[in-house]
Design a protein around this ligand. Structure first.
Ligand code: GCW
Length: 677
């Protein structure tokens, strides 16, 4: 009897287990109760996309009747839609079916965040045409800079075995408007284009299609030589051109709506057109020509730098500006937000706005390679917004990167935005419950870059956890300040790239890889000496400031007018330099590091008080991660201050907590996380 009862209890628990609060549901934690009945969903047609829209409504929507209408007249909204309350129903209209699905997710979001759905009159049009995730996933299942387990893509099992997570992934992306995915690492294996792999890719494309997601691939420039046994991979070689042409035909036969290629060429050892004395334009155009008949595009990366004497921060600009106007119209240059490499804070990349005839897109990094990986709670929306709102002055005041890349100032070109994904096969998808918010924020900003970080955080918290203000308000405060906090405890005042080599997790400001590439050494970036600290990029230094449009070149170039949060990015500053608040640079640096540490301690205090409001599992997972973050912040502070103190020879202000580590011990830490640079 006892056993029998146990059995019954277990049976009843199964449906609960499906909704376990382990983060697997992401922000899509819609009520498990049934949604509206079929007769309250008015729609014509029977396409896979419409069927998904109806299924989402019948499973989760608890409001009034919803009518879904495609209307040709709304084509100008692109993937957008309108939502209107008409008498007793809600009418969602769109030029394309995918717009209807996006509209359905919109009302589900309103429901989930407890916004009234009466008297709706909403018009939405996406900021960018291509809203793309870049996966740095390798064919062996590993992920470059991935911190959430192995790749979601099970290449070994495909095409026969299909993981249910493929569809869950597509659904999550569609719910925030992401409509494109590059499946594989930009450090691409030529094998990605092998016939057997393309057949696997086709299966994924088929699953993603109804959710409005197009598949793209990163391609290795040497693919023709490696796979096709051509003599070389010279873009002007007819055999090479033919190989690409045939390859495109083969791809489009399998995947008629294939999106195109993403290319990392002549960068960090990857092959490229320069191997044959050709330019980036020659390489990109060859690919653009074979994709053009099918409507495909080439996203060509500007992340190029070589071990030369030239300041690494200047190289993308130097390489690409002379090529402006030489690219086909289906090529778009993909530019990292900053000119170095996804640092906690960088000046924006001066290439933005400098290409006048060539479309440009931003590449953000959602995966936190340089921001504590999946251990630190860092909400990236403020970082994304900082870049998008940066004024380049390219076409006069108000030439923000958002307006340069979204077509406002440079109309008639392809528009796109990309983010390097932080997704893996971990149950919670991203390795930290709060890292989900960065996937979410990227999608929401790609859809509408005018949303504020505050709005995005608010939505995400309510959808993901609870709408109780006792939880929402303090947690939102943590999220909104978290990016500045990580800057403070890692590299304040414009410091950058003082990470330990390879893994980029902890501090190694003393790193000097003599014999290796100087531009992979922290000492190259901070330039600390007896006089001061910082990279001189002024006119008398590397003159990187000259790559910015006036008046920015003057503003950045003058130590008095340079924003203090970028001071050491542009200037080598004496230790006793007086900062705006009257402190010396050295003292200011100390207080910044200290404040970063204090902030994390405050986050811990706040989080611990959140226990009553959410489930135990997610509560304690975040609590544990905050402990790691708190320890790491002290590690960063002690390492940087004790090391820089060997140059400044000044005391750490006495009201600051004393270091708890010996510099020599910190220097011995070698994390075995493995990677190249
Ligand atoms: O930031 C560096 C990373 C590399 C990465 C490279 C790139 C994919 O450390 O892992 O390679 O940037 O963006 O190409």
């Amino acid at each position: 009897m006892h056993n029998f009862r146990m059995y019954l209890v277990l049976l009843f628990m199964i449906p609960l287990a499906v909704f376990a609060e382990d983060g697997s549901q992401l922000w899509l934690r819609f009520p498990a109760k049934n949604g509206i009945s079929a007769d309250k969903i008015i729609s014509r047609g029977n396409s896979p996309t419409l069927n998904i829209a109806r299924k989402e409504l019948s499973s989760h929507w608890q409001g009034q009747t919803v009518e879904l209408r495609t209307e040709k007249s709304l084509k100008n909204l692109k993937d957008g839609y309108t939502i209107k309350s008409v008498q007793n129903k809600i009418v969602i209209s769109a030029g394309k079916e995918i717009g209807l699905l996006y509209g359905v997710y919109h009302i589900l979001r309103l429901q989930q965040t407890n916004v009234s759905t009466a008297n709706l009159n909403i018009t939405e049009k996406p900021s960018f045409d291509v809203r793309v995730l870049n996966h740095w996933d390798n064919l062996d299942g590993s992920i470059e800079r991935g911190y959430a387990g192995h790749s979601l893509w099970k290449w070994e099992d495909l095409p026969n075995t299909v993981s249910p997570r493929y569809e869950a992934y597509a659904r999550a992306n569609a719910s925030v408007g992401i409509n494109a995915t590059v499946l594989n690492n930009v450090n691409a294996s030529p094998n990605m284009l092998r016939e057997d792999y393309l057949k696997k890719v086709k299966i994924l494309a088929d699953i993603f299609r109804p959710y409005g997601i197009k598949v793209y691939l990163s391609v290795n420039f040497s693919s023709p030589k490696v796979l096709g046994k051509t003599e070389n991979s010279d873009p002007l070689n007819k055999d090479v051109q033919k190989w690409w042409k045939d390859k495109a035909a083969e791809i489009y036969k399998l995947i008629p709506d294939f999106g195109g290629f993403l290319v990392k060429a002549n960068s960090e050892g990857q092959p490229g057109p320069q191997d044959y004395g050709r330019t980036h334009a020659d390489g990109a155009n060859m690919m653009a020509d074979v994709l053009k008949p099918y409507g495909g595009i080439v996203m060509w990366r500007a992340f190029v730098y070589s071990p030369s004497k030239e300041d690494r921060a200047k190289q993308a600009y130097l390489e690409f500006v002379p090529l402006d106007g030489k690219f086909r119209d289906n090529v778009i240059i993909q530019i990292k937000n900053g000119p170095i490499d996804f640092q906690p804070r960088e000046a924006f990349n001066p290439l933005f706005g400098a290409l006048r005839k060539t479309p440009e897109m931003v590449e953000f990094q959602i995966t936190q390679e340089y921001l504590g990986q999946s251990n630190h709670l860092v909400f990236l929306s403020p970082l994304f917004k900082e870049t998008l709102e940066s004024d380049t002055y390219a076409d006069g005041k108000g030439s923000t990167i958002a307006k340069i890349t979204d077509g406002t100032l440079r109309p008639g070109k392809i528009t796109a935005i990309s983010g390097v994904a932080n997704i893996g096969e971990d149950t919670d998808w991203t390795g930290h419950q709060f890292a989900q918010s960065n996937w979410y924020a990227f999608g929401r900003l790609a859809w509408n870059h005018e949303l504020t970080s505050e709005q995005i955080a608010d939505e995400w918290i309510k959808m993901t956890f609870t709408d109780r203000p006792e939880f929402v308000n303090p947690v939102k405060q943590i999220m909104l300040t978290s990016r500045e906090t990580v800057v403070d405890y890692m590299m304040p005042l414009g410091l950058h790239h003082i990470f330990a080599g390879n893994h980029h997790y902890g501090p190694e400001p003393w790193g000097d890889y003599k014999g290796g590439r100087p531009d992979w050494s922290p000492v190259y970036y901070h330039q600390a000496d007896a006089r001061g600290i910082g990279f001189d990029r002024t006119r008398t230094g590397s003159n990187a400031v000259s790559q910015y449009f006036p008046p920015l070149n003057e503003i950045y170039g003058n130590i008095e007018t340079c924003p203090e949060d970028l001071l050491l990015w542009f200037h080598h500053v004496p230790w006793d330099y007086k900062m705006k608040d009257g402190k010396t640079l050295w003292d200011e640096l100390c207080y910044k590091y200290d404040s970063g540490v204090h902030q994390v301690r405050e986050y811990q205090k706040t989080w611990d008080q959140m226990q009553p409001y959410i489930d135990e599992q997610r509560f304690s997972e975040v609590q544990s991660k905050l402990k790691i973050q708190a320890k790491d912040s002290v590690w960063w502070k002690d390492a940087c201050l004790l090391y820089f103190q060997t140059f400044s020879k000044r005391p750490i202000p006495y009201d600051i907590e004393r270091p708890v580590n010996e510099l020599e011990d910190l220097k011995k830490i070698k994390l075995n996380m493995g990677h190249h640079n």
